[in-house]
Design a binder for this molecule. Structure first.
Ligand code: 5GP
Ligand code: ZN
Length: 114
């Protein structure tokens, strides 16, 4: 999608610190980290929100979650772990309307979140 900032990152039209990439998924560092490790995991396909998911997108979303495990393993997080969260729509604080998961790690995280 033309005006989507994450689609521009997928197309390498704007820079990002990419840490993992495959045919379906891109993982890059959040520009404003909320924890020592704060990555964004996105499907390369432009899907605005979970409400827009089609049956054929199930594999892609599965691939995003599998990429989370791959990246976390590569970063040595198998013991400490990580949090994977996705904000959907206004009350959750979604600012970028291209589905993404935040991977937060590197410090103890509070629960429930604010
Ligand atoms: P949301 O609030 O939609 O769940 O999260 C959007 C996230 O994208 C925020 O954490 C924000 O810091 C991050 N972000 C916004 N614009 C950019 C950008 O141009 N590059 C990168 N790397 N992260 C961005
Ligand atoms: Zn997009």
């Amino acid at each position: 999608m033309q005006d989507c900032i994450f689609c521009k990152i997928v197309k390498k039209e704007i820079p990002a610190e990419i840490v993992y990439e495959n045919d379906d998924v891109l993982v890059f560092k959040d520009i404003k980290p909320a924890s020592p490790i704060h990555l964004l995991l996105i499907p390369k396909k432009h899907i605005p929100t979970f409400f827009d998911l089609q049956p054929e997108d199930s594999k892609i979303i599965g691939e995003v979650q599998r990429a989370a495990a791959t990246v976390a393993r590569d970063m040595g997080l198998t013991k400490q772990g990580f949090r994977l969260v996705s904000n959907c729509m206004e009350d959750a604080g979604q600012l970028v309307f291209h589905i993404h998961y935040h991977m937060l790690a590197g410090r103890p995280l509070q629960w429930p979140p604010g």
